[in-house]
Design a binder for this molecule. Structure first.
Ligand code: GLA
Length: 393
């Protein structure tokens, strides 16, 4: 593999100060050398990952900090292909579902680690109207449209630009989605910047502009398993979601239009609760989602980026905190993983061996007049942030 190390962290002497005490008469000479060292604490390296069946070159970028965190991102789908963080014993291990080849990522898979757009989540019957004109999308999750269409943003090649400044390393991805691509109006220029910081957090900044009125709802579809044991379901993970309300859905996972109180339901995660605690309860919403596959109405929507959700695995001690400025979060308990897709080192990903915390607007917002708008007009800047912060306790 042709790895181009763009930056190797290590010590660099930035100043060398010599203090001389001049000799006067028989007084002794003192000479002190002061070395000021700084560290290039976060590094970014590029390597070739493969070539798509259409002949497009795909690169992989590895972002590494000095606290044991390493994130790999590929330019196909802007996918987080690997994310390693330390457990309570300090051992850095894999915590996201993924494959170990481009060939496998190119086959059909449920959006492992991918960037999702132009509209994340479902749009009822694949139809929406803007300024009196109806738009039709591919029905890729019958009878609805899901996650931006068959190719969406998760199967396209993003261009990448590296940036680094001491305590963080960033990868700025760009994709231009053409007018009417996947059925959406307007040329949409999208930037997604992944930034690894030295406090074991990964920031994702989503930005977009359009030249025609359109709808936008971007997110990342990583499946976490903080235990790093992908042969086991995530049911023991404790989840917290700062939300008093849920976006309930009908059988096809399209919102009913109401927002319901989570009190006394399996959807109350205001205090930490194991995923498995009530997932099998007799509940209409759990039946519709085959488990958790819902959008929560996050509290404090006027506060900008705030702590929205967390996940904790007691065995490894790993804690993931999710901060976002978005109004909603889709918590999906991996209900459709079915043991057909290969794990990196043998075995297959079985049901509920990973969970997603997808920060976003509510599903089907383009058809729901009472939901916060997802319309983007020319001249406006779509800009939203999400932070995945890891620690141990
Ligand atoms: C999303 C959806 C789920 C499912 C997964 C992919 O999170 O909400 O219903 O489609 O993607 O399998």
């Amino acid at each position: 593999m042709n790895i181009v190390k763009r930056c190797i962290y290590g010590f660099s002497i930035v100043s060398l100060a010599c203090m001389n005490v001049q000799c006067k008469g028989n007084k002794k000479v003192e000479e002190t050398t002061v070395e000021t060292k700084t560290t290039d604490s976060v590094s970014i390296a590029k390597s070739e990952y493969g070539t798509t069946s259409k002949g497009e070159k795909v690169d992989q970028y590895t972002l590494t900090n000095q606290k044991g965190m390493e994130v790999k991102i590929i330019t196909f789908g802007g996918i987080i292909s690997s994310l390693k963080v330390p457990n309570k014993a300090g051992k850095s291990e894999e915590v996201v579902i993924g494959f170990n080849s481009l060939e496998q990522y190119m086959k059909d898979n449920p959006y492992f680690g991918a960037l999702i757009g132009r509209y994340g989540n479902r749009i009822a019957k694949g139809k929406f109207t803007l300024d009196g004109k109806e738009y039709s999308l591919a029905i890729n999750n019958a009878p609805n449209a899901l996650h931006g269409g068959p190719e969406g943003f998760h199967r396209v090649i993003w261009t990448a630009e590296e940036a680094k400044s001491g305590d963080s390393a960033a990868l700025k991805l760009k994709y231009v989605s053409k007018d009417m691509e996947e059925g959406y109006p307007g040329n949409l220029t999208v930037f997604v910047t992944y930034t690894l910081n030295n406090d074991n957090s990964l920031d994702i900044l989503y930005e977009a502009t359009t030249d025609k009125k359109t709808v936008v709802n971007l997110t990342n579809h990583s499946y976490f398993n903080l235990s790093s044991d992908f042969s086991k379901p995530v049911l023991d993970h404790e989840i917290t979601i700062d939300a008093d309300k849920l976006v309930p859905v009908a059988a096809t996972l399209i919102p009913t239009g109401q927002l319901t109180d989570v009190t006394n339901t399996p959807f109350d995660f205001r205090k930490p609760k194991k995923i498995g605690a009530e997932i099998e309860a007799k509940d209409e919403q759990l039946k519709n989602g085959l488990g958790y596959d819902h959008c929560w109405v996050l509290n404090n929507q006027d506060k900008g980026e705030r702590l929205a959700a967390s996940a904790y695995d007691a065995g490894s001690g790993r804690l993931l905190e999710v901060f976002t400025d978005q109004p909603g979060i889709q918590f999906y308990s991996g209900n459709f993983l079915d043991g057909t897709l290969p794990m990196r080192n043998g075995g297959t990903y079985a049901r509920r061996t990973g969970f997603c915390l997808e920060t976003q607007h509510y599903p089907d917002s383009p058809n729901q007049k009472d939901f916060p708008t997802t319309v983007l007009n020319p001249g406006e800047n779509y800009k939203t942030t999400t932070k995945f912060k890891f620690s141990v306790k």
